[in-house]
Design a protein around this ligand. Structure first.
Ligand SMILES: N[C@@H](CCC(=O)N[C@@H](CS)C(=O)NCC(=O)O)C(=O)O
Length: 230
């Protein structure tokens, strides 16, 4: 059994999608990041960076439980466990890992900042909005170009690179992007959105997520609570 500590955000959805695609049995434990659950002692033991998602697989590689944080590491682990969504041939594997790293190092952090400065920031700072909106659009352009040459990010197979990237692009409006400007990306996006496993996964904890709930939640996520040394 895999215990998933998560919340319905893009990084959480990556893992929900992978678990659904692989048909693995799992149990979800909501970590309400707006209420500060991510700072609880037990959660920090498995996710010292106070971020979802994290998993505990009772049936780890040696038969012993294993706990993991960082969505990219979790995807690689689940691909290894199941033999799914990471090509076995060496070239294909590194192609997929390269696009997974591109998502982890670029797409996630930059689109997150675009969303933050456009929607959450209490003051509208033009420099930051322009910087991250431009970067978001540039990244969509890179993905669009790739997908005009290949069916999937890593080539001809749907892999953990697609699974990691898709949830981040669901909030394109908040990132200042128009999906229709990227036709190959849009075709890929619509294709993934119709997969039954993806449709089940984006419903995981969906009823729990609300728009940012006032000053208390803002303080937990972006204020002194977030930056306290633990
Ligand atoms: N690089 C991490 C990022 C995880 C992350 O940023 N999680 C956010 C939600 S999408 C979170 O838990 N935020 C709570 C906090 O920052 O306190 C991953 O991919 O797992």
């Amino acid at each position: 059994m895999i215990d998933v500590y998560s919340w319905p955000t893009p990084n959480g959805h990556k893992v929900h999608i992978m678990l659904e695609e692989c048909g693995l049995e799992y149990r979800v434990h909501p970590i309400n990041i707006g209420a500060g659950d991510q700072f609880g002692e037990d959660f920090l033991k498995i996710s010292p960076n106070n971020k979802i998602p994290a998993i505990v697989d009772s049936d780890g590689p040696d038969g012993e439980p294993i706990s993991l944080f960082e969505s990219g590491a979790i995807l690689v682990y689940l691909a290894g466990k199941t033999g799914l969504f990471l090509p076995e041939d060496v070239r294909g594997k590194y192609e997929a890992l390269q696009w997974l790293m591109f998502q982890m190092g670029g797409v996630g952090p930059m689109l997150g900042q675009a969303h933050h400065f456009r929607i959450y920031a209490p003051e509208k700072i033009d420099y930051a909005i322009n910087r991250y909106t431009n970067e978001a659009r540039r990244l969509y352009g890179v993905i669009d170009k790739r997908l005009s040459q290949q069916r999937w990010l890593a080539g001809d197979q749907y892999t953990i690179a697609d699974i990691a990237t898709f949830p981040w692009l669901r909030s394109w409006q908040n990132q200042g992007v128009e999906l229709d400007d990227y036709p190959a990306l849009k075709r890929w996006f619509d294709n993934i959105a119709t997969r039954p496993a993806v449709q089940r996964a984006v419903e995981v904890l969906a009823d729990r997520r609300k728009p940012l709930q006032g000053d208390k939640e803002r303080e937990v996520l972006f204020g002194a609570t977030q930056y306290a040394r633990r």
